[in-house]
Write a protein that binds this ligand. Structure first.
Ligand code: ADP
Ligand code: MG
Length: 562
């Protein structure tokens, strides 16, 4: 057969429905996509102005989201860069041709690249998941530009004509389809905006809201209030994680925590500000909540953002599993917007991010441990569950945590692995030379045994946490050499031989030789062997055994056989 080379052709009319249906798992994200395009358009005009390439007034860039229930439309309006008819044809009509990417390439050196959200040139088409017709009305910032109007019904044909906009920017008007009428409810839109757009960098207004304002005093001199309508701005444009740690106080971090989780009363124990730009881009703040039991964990999850746009709080593949107990935000432009699970798992950046976060968390804990041991010990009851879980499930974390993981004894004293080993290694030794760590799982039930152990000068560890049964095995393997964990009520206490006692009981070689002679003389049986244990004091310091050879000879004589 003849060799042949060619190009696979794609028919847009076939691929279009596929994009609409499968590119995004959740149709509510149309709003995220259109609002982020509006944010991009606004950032671009700011950037052009700062580069001196736009001399007009930048003005108010607030993005407006409006719902018209009667007309069944949602409109997203911005005062951004706008588009000419030519640009609409280029950027909108060509699927997967991203104007954002082109813009970035043009103005790369100018500023940091992270301001612009768009990347793939696919977001706009998510509008057709909820609309059966989409209109664009746009006026470009360029001098002498004419407003342009574009309309498309979701097929591959479109119409372009003169537009109506008199000021710079773009209106995108969605004619909501019959299956998507839920998006005409104001509450639903408010909820979606809250979810995805809460920390976008350009103000986003969704209608107005009522607020009460002081209005003089009434006849009794009490303050009076009146209700006024104020713009309903749904976002915080400069969330804490986008700032540098040096700009932020503890109060700022706590305030942001409550912005992130408005329904939580608790305060976080401490936090880690993440900030890397090589080999991948990542910022964020992770909070350590108080975690008393595993049930509480999933309430406030870590949120994943990409350039301040909310992506998901299913961060399973990005955040190491044991860190799922943490809260906060991670923002990385290197995690693509339209992510799917299998894609994430395969993505090499995701793996790196995972390792980085683990390392940062371990380093931060170590830093607190070193700089404020007392504070660390105070937090221990709240963080121990999470640390132990991490040590049991993540080798890399465990390696570091071996230095700061604490063991607590029944007297509520804390020891690192090393410190504890030093504490008991000469006292709690069994006859095979194992270092025996005594622990209790239930202080009240094992109280008698604990007192007995303490009376003998031994130490007893508290191992009563939910993971401690597993963790005992971990300590045996990683806490030091020849450690054996024994519950305080097992029969071990009476069998421990403190090292100093061993020395007292042990005879010198010369002494034991003499002792052997004394015993042999007294027994005076050549078939019997006397051993005085010179080096290892045991329960039987002197043993008298029949010599193996002699015994066999005797046995044979008795049975008369040979
Ligand atoms: P992306 O945002 O990934 O580039 P989109 O499909 O969301 O892809 O948008 C395609 C392009 O259309 C954008 O890159 C931009 O050039 C242009 N565009 C979309 N919305 C607007 C808008 N509101 N103002 C100006 N240009 C826009
Ligand atoms: Mg986009």
């Amino acid at each position: 057969m003849q060799e042949e080379k060619g190009t696979i052709s794609i028919h847009t009319e076939n691929i279009f429905p596929v994009i609409k249906k499968f590119l995004y798992s959740d149709n509510e994200i149309f709003l995220r996509e259109l609002v982020s395009n509006a944010v991009d358009a606004s950032q671009k005009i700011k950037r052009l102005a700062s580069l001196g390439q736009y001399n007009g007034e930048v003005g108010d860039l607030t993005i407006q989201v409006k719902v018209d229930e009667a007309a069944k439309t949602i409109t997203i309006s911005d005062n951004g860069i706008g588009m000419t008819a030519e640009e609409i044809k280029k950027y909108i009509n060509q699927i997967a041709f991203s104007g954002a990417t082109e813009f970035m390439e043009k103005f790369k050196e100018a500023n940091d690249a992270n301001e612009i959200i768009g990347r793939f040139g696919l977001g706009f088409y998510s509008a057709f998941m909820v609309a059966d017709q989409v209109e664009i009305d746009s006026l470009s910032y360029q001098e002498g530009a004419e407003p342009a109007h574009w309309v498309c019904d979701g097929s591959t044909s479109y119409e372009i004509s003169a537009g109506q906009r008199t000021t710079r920017g773009t209106d995108v008007i969605l004619h909501i389809n019959e299956e998507s009428l839920e998006f005409l409810q104001k509450q639903r839109i408010q909820q979606i905006l809250n979810k995805y757009c809460k920390f976008l960098p350009i103000p986003i207004q969704f209608g107005t809201k009522s607020e009460s304002e002081p209005d003089g005093e009434d006849a009794d001199g009490k303050p009076k209030y009146k209700t006024i309508e104020v713009p309903n701005i749904i976002n915080i444009t400069h969330p804490a994680w986008t700032k540098s740690p040096s700009e932020l106080t503890d109060e700022d971090y706590i305030k942001f925590y409550h912005e992130l989780y408005p329904h939580t009363m608790d305060e976080p124990l401490f936090w880690i500000h993440l900030n890397v730009d090589y080999p991948f881009n990542l910022t964020g703040i992770l909070y350590f909540p108080k975690v008393k039991n595993e049930l509480e964990i999933q309430r406030n999850k870590i949120q994943l953002y990409s350039r301040q746009v909310f992506i998901t709080d299913e961060v399973k593949d990005i955040v190491p599993e044991f860190l799922m107990l943490l809260q906060g935000v991670i923002d990385s432009p290197d995690i693509p917007l339209n992510v799917s699970r299998s894609f994430l798992q395969a993505d090499s950046n995701v793996k790196k991010i995972n390792n980085y976060i683990t390392k940062k968390v371990a380093d931060k804990l170590n830093e607190i441990f070193k700089s404020d041991r007392k504070g660390f010990e105070e937090k221990w009851p709240d963080i121990s569950l999470f640390i132990k879980y991490g040590m049991l499930s993540d080798e890399k974390f465990a390696e570091k945590a071996n230095d700061f993981c604490l063991l607590q004894n029944v007297n509520k004293e804390y020891y690192t692995f090393k410190e504890y080993y030093e504490k008991v290694k000469d006292i709690q030794v069994d006859k095979d030379g194992n270092i025996v760590y005594l622990y209790t799982q239930d202080k009240s039930l094992q109280d008698g045994y604990i007192s007995a152990a303490l009376a003998k000068g031994y130490d007893v560890l508290n191992f009563d946490g939910p993971l401690d049964t597993h963790f005992a095995g971990y300590v045996e393997q990683h806490g030091g050499e020849k450690i054996q964990m024994k519950r305080v009520d097992s029969d071990v206490i009476d069998k421990l031989i403190p090292k100093d006692e061993q020395i007292e009981q042990t005879l010198s070689e010369d002494e034991s030789k003499k002792a052997t002679e004394v015993f042999e003389k007294a027994i005076s049986r050549p078939d019997m062997k006397v051993e005085v244990d010179a080096l290892n004091a045991s329960d039987l310091p002197v043993s008298v055994t029949i010599d193996e050879f002699m015994r066999r000879m005797k046995d044979m004589a008795k049975t008369g056989g040979g």
